[in-house]
Design a protein around this ligand. Structure first.
Ligand code: BES
Ligand code: MN
Ligand code: ZN
Length: 502
């Protein structure tokens, strides 16, 4: 897919299709009005007749409009005006319209599509972020799940070129954004592909091989994959405890992106890579257990993001760290009450084997120390409790540095990949008291996502650290079951800012 900008009049654009927007009160957008004047108001008559009601995401294809060079004009519904509050057009409605236009085009023979849609929320959506969002939404719309269905795949679409309006001044920034958005969509697709794969295909070994493939494609990446013996040598007792009940060997994956011009102490991204979470001896209930194949979404996001920054050759040093294993019940599995020693030397009483994410993460976070990172961000589908607290709309952000948490929340705001600041503190940490070890791996039911974060905080005391609980946001259940690619967009914004400030 190619992205371009244009500056000539809309009616003269040499493309297969021009997409223009209509509000559901029947009013044409400014761009649609320009075309309408050329064709003796055929578009307004069409809308007045009521066939096209301009609901959000609705589209209507008109062909051979007099006075318009493009053979097709696609009307795209924006829904109610002001639905987004202060802005005339919410970014949510705009994203929906871009997605609908691209999706409609893929169902035709349209090869080049001009998006002549109004631009929303100009303040937060700089030219660069506008270009990024166009390429991101287009890329995410074109994403097709790598399903394992035996039927032949449907015919490929013709859409190869998407163009948006620009001025001489805005064009360079928009184009820069295109590059970022395309790389972002590529990384998010990698994340989604990995997360959507079933546990019997996407094993820890598979994740390790995928990482090694990344290093083959990108010169800036160096990859190291540790197996069981090397993990033992690192004394990762908590990680080893989780994997011991499984027949699949664990993998500890380190992906380094180095840029010759970057002088920063690396940003460390740590991902939870449980390729299937049965709960272990504290076995989960059968309903929805299949969704626990998504329990490696954090790891998948690290992998996708490393791909994105390598693609962009971001002038920033970044290290991705992934602990990957299964959580299974077996005769060799850990039992409630077992006490193990983490790589950091702290002992943990495992009261619930289903609280395994924090066990693999505490050893991965400890490993991150050796890179003397400027900041550590871990991503994990860590708790069901975060879904109770925030639903599926916000990622939970926990940090031992309020400024860092605020930075991450802001990155989520401007990329429509939102996050919410959650508390960590000694009160929560104290709930993890154990009679027999330095700490227990679970507290009571109350504040479950906060006590999970507080567990991790015990291992990150002298690091600048943030934890993203993505259990509610990384994948969807129900009819649209599948990985969402979140929080790739928010994370890229975070890294772009770090690269700019370096
Ligand atoms: N992977 C789960 C968290 C999860 C739950 C993610 C639902 C997505 C949807 C995690 O390993 C887990 O099982 N957490 C337990 C913790 C509890 C035992 C303290 C949970 O949330 O129930
Ligand atoms: Mn679990
Ligand atoms: Zn889990």
């Amino acid at each position: 897919m190619q992205f371009e900008t244009w500056t000539q009049p809309l009616a003269e654009l040499p493309v297969d299709c021009v997409a223009v927007a209509v509000h559901d009160d029947g009013e044409l957008s400014a761009e649609a009005k320009t075309l309408d004047l050329r064709c003796r108001e055929k578009l307004s008559r069409l809308v007045k007749r009521g066939d096209f009601t301009a609901k959000p995401g609705e589209t209507w294809l008109v062909t051979d409009l007099e006075g318009v060079r493009a053979e097709r004009v696609l009307l795209v519904g924006l829904g109610a005006r002001n639905a987004g509050g202060k802005e005339d057009l919410s970014r949510k409605a705009w994203r929906r319209a871009v997605g609908a236009a691209v999706s409609a085009a893929t169902r035709t023979r349209i090869a080049s599509l001009a998006l002549a849609l109004p631009r929303p929320g100009l303040k937060a959506l700089s030219d660069e972020r506008f270009g990024r969002a166009v390429a991101e939404v287009a890329g995410n719309t074109l994403y097709r799940v790598n399903d394992l269905k035996s039927a032949k795949k449907p015919r490929a679409h013709a859409l190869a070129r998407v163009v948006v309006p620009a001025t001489a001044k805005s064009a360079p920034s928009i184009k820069k954004g295109f590059g970022q958005g395309a790389a972002l969509a590529g990384g998010a697709a990698l994340m989604r592909n990995l997360a959507n794969l079933p546990g019997n295909v996407c094993t820890p070994t598979y994740l390790g091989r995928t990482a090694q493939d990344l290093a083959k494609t990108h010169k800036s990446l160096k990859v190291k994959v540790l197996g069981p013996n090397e993990i033992k040598r690192e004394k990762m007792g908590c990680f080893l405890a989780v994997t011991q009940g499984s027949d699949e060997p664990p993998r500890f994956i380190v992906i380094e992106h180095r840029h010759p011009k970057a002088k920063n102490a690396p940003v460390a991204l740590v991902g939870k890579g449980i390729t299937f979470d049965t709960g272990g001896i504290s076995l989960k209930d059968p309903p929805l257990m299949d969704e626990m194949k998504f329990d490696m979404s954090g790891a998948a996001c690290v992998m996708g993001t490393m791909n994105t920054i390598a693609e962009l050759n971001l002038p920033l040093n970044v290290v991705g760290i992934i602990a990957a294993c299964e959580n299974m019940p077996s005769g060799r599995a850990i039992k409630p009450g077992d006490i193990v020693t983490s790589a950091a030397g702290l002992t943990v009483e495992i009261l619930n084997t289903d609280a395994e994410g924090r066990l693999i993460l505490c050893d991965a976070l400890h490993y991150a120390r050796r890179f003397k990172p400027s900041v550590v961000v871990d991503m994990a589908t860590l708790t069901g409790a975060i879904v109770v607290a925030l639903g599926v709309h916000h990622t939970g952000v926990f940090s031992n540095d309020d400024a860092l948490a605020r930075e991450i929340v802001d990155c989520g705001l401007v990329t429509d990949d939102r996050a919410w600041h959650m508390p960590v503190g000694d009160e929560y940490g104290d709930q993890l008291k154990s009679n027999f070890a330095d700490m227990a791996n679970v507290a009571g039911r109350d504040g479950g996502s906060c006590t999970a974060a507080a567990f991790l905080a015990k291992f990150t005391k002298d690091l600048t650290w943030a934890h993203l609980d993505i259990a509610g946001t990384a994948y969807q259940g129900g009819a649209a079951k599948g990985s969402t690619g979140r929080p790739s967009a928010m994370l890229l914004e975070f890294l772009l800012r770090r690269a700019a400030a370096r």
